[in-house]
Design a protein around this ligand. Structure first.
Ligand SMILES: Nc1ncnc2c1ncn2[C@@H]1O[C@H](COP(=O)(O)OP(=O)(O)OP(=O)(O)O)[C@@H](O)[C@H]1O
Length: 706
């Protein structure tokens, strides 16, 4: 850290003012809590902190006037970190490189340096200050509290040899709970012994021999699922996670003592992902039925499985509260629970899910560990699957795999240390994508590997087309370029053109209102509009500004209104308005992230209703009942997780700053099935993002791998 400087430049002068009067050297008097809060408020005005971050420090100062300024500062910065998805504030990195830890732009370096010069210079000084605060509880890194629980809002986890982490109490408790449950699950063994010969026989029927020498990781995942209560299956798009999960279910069904009693539940964080999971599992089981014939009645398994639900619905979200009707005292009635898109499951939700799981149930988590983590705090799947590439199977696990699958793992996949990681024994990474061999897959891989040069070259070449998919680049220019991809679109590449055509069929349909068959025709039309809309999506890194969700939604609306596709009435609702629900509304059967389209209803007045397609099922809600929605021609990459589009266009603006990260680009690319277009405000932004992988601060991996 550089020494304090009395700098007042145009970018930072106002931030610096609270610390130094004019250009004089920093005052010799120690920093007071009031001066610190004044500075925090200025940082809030400058957009570095949220109001709620500063409010936490202010509240603590109000309640405990003698709180050391560094502790108050740590509280505000912890809240800021939580707002960015981190579960905790790692104190050592904060002291060493505050700007990087807080993701603040470099122009604030002077202001931060000036403040830091007035705070304890070393970590022990900060720890001492925090430990002395009555509002901080201390605990060891394994979660053992060192002082009484007096409802302290912050928890300092500090232990010799491990980096100290500061938590908001809630997240500390969630992390402890997740670690406890996962540890228990990964050491539990199913009650009934496994008939190895029978299981091996089924696996041979379920999986054709692979032509190459590479291990059949899908088969291995099924074998491991039989051995324990927890199975983590990670892999990129199209690597066969759901294909594997279907076979895993079939194996559990085939080997169960009482298959007709097996209770199976499917769930995902969003309605769309849940519907896709159910559809893929049913299709895979249907295809498998053909190959196993009458030896196994997989139709009965499909029936037992029922519909897939959102996690909120599965757990019984209670409107207006954070509580669920299923919890440790009222567990889910399930023997096997499969959760797809697990990378989107945040810490609090994972804690709730694990608490509600009966002690004897099996849990299978499917997801892509390299995708963006959940919007809310935590990166649970990433933490659980850390190092999944390496395998790290213990000798006993390798033997089990050999016994059930005949696969002899190469030494590179075996554990090296004396104490193998328990979680690794339940984790399988699927590596071969069946869908993404072409340029889209190559681009995703280059991004994931941090190879900006290869990614840039692929996009510049713009190779592809046809079945293998295509990638394209639009560089420079204005947001209008992105709008043009949406409407009128590029020839031969999906856009909102199909949605516009489907929408236009309302007029002839309307003429048949009141006649026989109108309602069925109306439902088919609404479903068509929804399906056509799903062919394209504009994905944004940011919400605000002309290059963000809001500006691009407005611009697309204007372009569509100009072309007569939609008729804006001046109000927010119009026929054809696509919306994303932003709050769970269990009483309406719609959940955060669901996408619907406002369309004239089938009733005689044709009042606008928002239609949703949940699997094959169409449902609708009157527009007046849906208060919490956003227009969805453009959406953030975060919100697009769990969805796929024939054509996805990712918009990278210069203003996104630190938000431009590798996982964001990877997630955007992997939403595309046939075509991917990158719209870069100027050259270099893609490379900048690829070179910035995100690591969410969390103590979970440490807790699990003690
Ligand atoms: N071993 C296999 N043999 C033949 N086809 C397979 C195999 N594994 C997967 N597939 C096919 O590859 C496609 C992708 O598989 P699947 O949908 O299970 O992948 P996924 O990893 O779940 O994808 P997503 O990222 O979309 O969730 C499907 O059509 C599936 O039937």
């Amino acid at each position: 850290m550089s020494p304090p400087r009395a700098v007042r430049d145009s970018a930072t002068g106002d931030l610096f003012a609270a610390l130094t009067a004019d250009d004089a050297p920093p005052p010799a008097a120690p920093l007071t809590g009031d001066a610190l809060l004044a500075l925090l408020r200025q940082w809030t005005d400058a957009g570095l902190l949220r109001h709620i971050d500063t409010a936490l420090a202010a509240l603590l100062h109000e309640q405990h006037a003698d709180s050391p300024p560094c502790a108050l500062l740590a509280a505000a910065l912890l809240a800021q970190m939580e707002g960015r998805g981190h579960s905790c504030l790692p104190l050592a990195p904060l002291l060493q490189s505050p700007l990087a830890t807080l993701a603040w732009p470099p122009e604030h370096a002077d202001a931060v340096d000036a403040l830091w010069a007035q705070l304890p210079a070393s970590l022990p000084g900060w720890l001492q200050a925090l430990t002395a605060c009555p509002w901080v509880r201390t605990a060891t890194s394994d979660g053992t509290p060192l002082d009484d629980d007096a409802g302290q809002p912050l928890v300092l986890v500090d232990a010799a040899g491990s980096a100290p982490l500061l938590y908001l109490r809630r997240y500390w408790l969630h992390e402890q709970a997740v670690a406890r449950h996962i540890t228990a699950l990964s050491s539990a063994t199913p009650a009934a012994p496994v008939d190895i010969g029978a299981a091996r026989g089924w696996l041979e029927r379920f999986f054709a021999p692979t032509p190459d020498a590479a291990p059949d990781w899908q088969k291995i995942a099924c074998a491991l699922a039989l051995r324990g209560q927890l199975t983590l299956i990670t892999g990129g798009p199209g690597t066969g996670k759901t294909y594997t999960a279907a076979r895993l279910l079939a194996l559990l069904f085939a080997t169960a003592a009482q298959p007709d009693q097996l209770r199976v539940a499917l769930a995902a964080p969003t309605g769309k992902a849940a519907a896709r999971l159910k559809q893929s599992i049913d299709e895979a089981l249907g295809a498998l039925q053909h190959s196993v014939g009458s030896a196994l009645d997989l139709g009965a398994l499909v029936e037992r499985t029922g519909a897939a639900r959102t996690l909120h619905a599965l757990l019984g979200a209670r409107a207006g509260t954070r509580h669920f009707s299923h919890h440790a005292g009222n567990p889910l009635e399930v023997d096997v629970l499969i959760v797809d898109e697990a990378s989107m499951v945040h810490l609090e939700m994972m804690a709730a899910l694990l608490a509600a799981l009966p002690a004897s149930a099996r849990l299978v988590l499917l997801g892509d560990k390299d995708q963006l983590a959940s919007v809310e705090a935590g990166a649970v799947l990433g933490d659980l699957c850390r190092g999944a590439e390496a395998g790290r199977y213990a000798p006993a696990t390798a033997q089990w795999i050999a016994d059930l699958t005949g696969e002899i793992l190469a030494p590179q996949f075996l554990a090296t240390g004396a104490t193998p990681d328990p979680l690794a024994q339940h984790t399988v990474m699927l590596r071969a994508s069946r869908r993404f061999g072409g340029p889209i897959g190559q681009l995703a891989q280059a991004v994931n590997e941090g190879d900006a040069a290869a990614a840039g070259a692929l996009l510049q070449r713009g190779r592809g087309g046809g079945d293998s998919g295509e990638v394209a680049l639009r560089q420079g220019g204005t947001p209008a370029q992105a709008v043009q991809l949406a409407w009128p679109g590029r020839a031969g590449t999906p856009s909102y053109g199909g949605y516009a055509q489907a929408l236009a069929r309302w007029q002839p349909l309307r003429a048949s209102a009141g006649q026989d068959g109108f309602e069925a025709a109306h439902a088919a039309w609404a479903a068509n509009v929804l399906r056509a809309f799903e062919r394209f999506r504009l994905l944004c890194a940011v919400r605000e500004g002309d290059w963000g969700v809001q500006g691009l939604n407005r611009a697309i609306e204007q372009a569509l209104a100009h072309a007569g596709v939609i008729a804006q009435t001046g109000g927010s609702w119009y026929a054809g308005r696509p919306v994303m629900v932003t709050r769970n509304e269990p009483q309406l059967g719609v959940f955060n992230g669901d996408i619907g389209i406002a369309l004239p209803g089938a009733a005689p007045d044709h009042a606008l209703r928002v239609y949703f397609l949940q699997g094959e099922q169409l449902r609708s809600v009157g527009v007046a009942r849906l208060a919490q929605v956003q227009t969805a021609f453009a959406m953030t990459v975060h919100k697009s997780q769990g969805s796929e589009f024939a054509h996805a266009a990712l918009v990278l603006p210069a203003s996104a700053g630190q938000l431009l990260a590798r996982e964001l680009v990877y997630t955007g690319i992997t939403r595309a099935r046939q075509a991917f277009t990158l719209v870069e405000q100027h050259a270099g932004l893609l490379a900048q993002a690829i070179e910035r992988p995100t690591q969410r601060a969390s103590g979970l991996a440490r807790l699990l791998r003690r």
